[in-house]
Design a protein around this ligand. Structure first.
Ligand code: SIN
Ligand code: MN
Length: 204
């Protein structure tokens, strides 16, 4: 359902079996030849999530996208499985957006992980200007997610994102500030977790 213009939350879009299957595939990728790792950002702070980018790598030092992980190990970003792209494109379509994402950032959250409030604005200027959405799929433990306006001073509202939920931020909501303030440990459905995996699909 639409929460705000361009902001859609599809609760329980993935059923239990689909959640387990996607969780298992994500874990295999995250433990594969291009493993997930906690990026070090500009200024030297280490992020509290384990990250793996698919399709294109987000460089945490330059805040730009590239083919190889030049801020970490120089390994090529693995391709996004087409099945993942299909899931994201279908959710975007149900929110009224026509897009086939070409990159995905997988973040793995433990009980202590957080994501500071930020805008997703490192994609190409044309993509952002066109309001091409970010599609976010949550798996495992639920999270307290907060979303504000397009300026930092607007208040944020909390949303609980549970395993199987899909959030779409596009059009006028594309540049809304957002973050993750807490992981609700012990809430992961059987066959997922412990911890939380969030996939954000983007067009570069
Ligand atoms: C992000 O903003 O990149 C991740 C959001 C989330 O984990 O739900
Ligand atoms: Mn984000």
């Amino acid at each position: 359902m639409q929460l705000e213009p361009g902001l859609f939350l599809f609760q329980s879009r993935l059923d239990a079996a689909a959640q387990r299957e996607l969780w298992t595939e994500c874990r295999a990728l995250a433990d594969g030849p291009a493993p997930r790792y906690p990026p070090t950002v500009r200024g030297g702070r280490k992020m509290s999530v384990g990250m793996l980018c698919l399709g294109r790598h987000w460089n945490a030092l330059t805040y730009t996208y590239e083919e190889r992980r030049s801020d970490f190990d120089g390994v090529m970003a693995p391709p996004i499985p087409e099945r993942f792209v299909d899931l994201a494109a279908a959710a975007a379509a149900d929110a009224g957006f026509v897009v086939r994402p070409d990159l995905c950032i997988m973040n793995y959250y433990t009980a202590e992980s957080r994501m500071g409030v930020h805008q997703d604005k490192d994609e190409r200027a044309e993509t952002i200007a066109a309001g091409i959405p970010i599609v976010s799929i949550s798996l495992g433990d639920a999270a307290r997610f907060v979303i504000g306006g397009v300026t930092r001073k607007e208040p944020t509202r909390p949303l609980i994102l549970r395993s199987g939920d899909v959030l779409v931020m596009g059009g006028p909501a594309r540049l809304r500030f957002h973050g993750v303030t807490r992981i609700l440990t012990g809430t992961a459905p059987h066959g997922t977790g412990p911890g939380r995996i969030n996939l954000t699909f983007r067009k570069w």
